[in-house]
Design a protein. Structure first.
Length: 356
C-alpha cells in the first residue's frame, strides 16, 4: 500500500487547497501575478537557500504536524540514505547493508541489540545535525549580503520576496523608504509566520538581528530547545480543535474533509489513521491518559532524547525480529530491508549465503 504522503500528492490541486487549513506555513506559495514588483521567478535552489525546510531530517514529526514517514530510514542510514534506491543493483545494496550491520554490531556477536541500535540512532541523528550546520553556513552567507555576521529581518525579507519573484532592488528601495509593499494575502501570511519564528530565534537581548547560530535555529528549530517549544506550540495550534492547548486522539487523527473519494482512498486513509493512532497511544502519550500535552509532544519531538531513541530502537528491532530473541540478525535486516532502507532486496536468503 502506498504511503500517506504519496496519496496526498496524487489528490492534486483539490487537496492542496484544503491542506492550507492544516499547514503551519505555506512556504512555497507565490504572490499574485498582478504585482507591479514581480519579475521572473527565482529558481528553486535560491529559494531553498533561505526558506526553512518543511522536512526536518531525523525528526519524527514534520512542522505541519504530519508524521515523518521516512524517519526509520533516516535514523538507520544517515547520509547513505540516497544510495539505496529502488532501481539500484540488489547485490550492491546488500553489501552496503552488510557494512552498516557490522558498524551497528559493535560487540561483533553477529546480532544487534537495543542498546547498539540506540547508539546508532543517536549517531545518525547527530550526523543530520552536523549536515544542517554545514548547510546553514552556506545559506547564511546567501542572506548576509554585507558580510557583517548578522542578518536583519529586512535583509531576510528582501531575499525572501526576491525568491518569490519580486524585483529585489525595487523591494529593497521601498523598504528603505518605508513605502507600502503590494504583497498578496498568501505571501503576507507566510511573512507573518516567518517573522514570528524570527522573533523566537532572536536570543536575548532581542535586536531583530540573527547571527549564524540564531539563523540555524530559525531554519532548523530542532537544534534549539526554545525553538522546539515554539514548533510544538505551532503544531498544537494547527491540530487543537477545542483550544485547550492539548491534543486528544480524535484531534491527532482527524482527516481533512473531502479527501476520501472512493473505497481505495478510504482504505489508504484507514491505514494512515491506524499509524497515527498507534503513534499517539503507544509513543507520544507517555502517561497513557488519552491526552497529549505540550510537554509530552516536546519530548516526542526532541531528536536527541536518549529515552526516545531507545524506544525507537526497540520498535525497529520488533518489526524484523522473527525469532523473537529481541535482537536483529543480518538475515532479518535483509529480509525487512524495505523498512530500513526503502529498497527491496530480492532473493535475500540465497544471496546471503553467496556473500558468506
Amino acid at each position: 500500500m502506498m504511503s500517506r504522503q504519496a496519496f496526498l500528492c496524487s489528490l492534486g490541486s483539490l487537496y492542496l487547497s484544503l491542506l492550507f487549513v492544516f499547514l503551519l506555513m505555506d512556504v512555497y506559495a507565490r504572490p499574485a501575478n498582478n504585482s507591479a514588483l514581480k519579475e521572473k521567478p527565482a529558481d528553486s535552489k535560491d529559494e531553498n537557500e533561505i526558506l526553512p525546510p518543511d522536512h526536518l531530517n531525523g525528526v519524527k514529526m514534520e512542522m505541519d504536524g504530519h508524521l515523518n514517514k521516512e524517519f526509520h530510514q533516516e535514523v538507520f542510514l544517515g547520509k547513505e540514505m540516497e544510495e539505496f534506491e529502488e532501481d539500484s543493483e540488489p547485490r550492491k545494496n546488500r553489501k552496503k547493508l552488510m557494512v552498516i550491520f557490522s558498524k551497528v554490531d559493535i560487540n561483533n556477536d553477529k546480532k544487534i541489540g537495543a542498546k547498539e541500535m540506540q547508539r546508532w540512532i543517536m549517531e545518525k541523528t547527530d550526523e543530520h545535525f552536523q549536515e544542517a550546520v554545514e548547510e546553514n553556513k552556506m545559506h547564511f552567507r546567501a542572506v548576509d549580503p554585507d558580510g557583517d555576521g548578522h542578518v536583519s529581518w529586512d535583509e531576510y525579507k528582501i531575499k525572501f520576496l526576491a525568491s518569490k519573484g519580486f524585483n529585489e532592488k525595487e523591494i529593497a528601495e521601498k523598504i528603505r523608504n518605508n513605502e507600502e509593499l503590494k504583497i498578496d494575502e498568501e505571501t503576507q501570511e507566510v511573512l507573518d509566520n516567518l517573522k514570528d519564528r524570527w522573533y523566537q530565534a532572536d536570543n536575548p537581548p532581542p535586536d531583530m538581528l540573527l547571527n549564524e547560530e540564531e539563523f540555524l535555529s530559525f531554519l532548523h528549530p530542532e537544534h534549539s530547545r526554545g525553538m522546539l517549544k515554539f514548533m510544538v506550540k505551532e503544531i498544537i495550534r494547527d491540530l487543537d480543535q477545542d483550544g485547550d492547548k492539548k491534543l486528544t486522539l480524535s484531534e491527532f487523527i482527524s482527516l481533512p474533509v473531502g479527501t476520501v473519494e472512493n473505497q481505495q482512498a478510504q482504505d489508504i486513509d484507514d491505514d494512515w489513521v491506524k499509524d497515527r493512532r498507534k503513534e499517539f497511544e503507544e509513543v507520544i502519550d507517555a502517561n497513557h491518559d488519552g491526552i497529549v500535552t505540550m510537554e509530552e509532544l516536546e519530548e516526542y519531538m526532541d531528536p536527541m532524547n536518549e529515552y526516545n531513541a531507545l524506544n525507537e530502537a526497540k520498535q525497529m528491532i520488533a518489526v524484523a525480529d522473527e525469532n523473537q530473541n529481541h535482537h536483529l540478525e543480518l538475515e532479518e535486516i535483509l529480509k525487512y530491508s524495505e523498512y530500513f532502507t526503502g529498497s527491496k532486496l530480492m532473493d535475500y536468503a540465497r544471496n546471503v549465503h553467496e556473500e558468506f
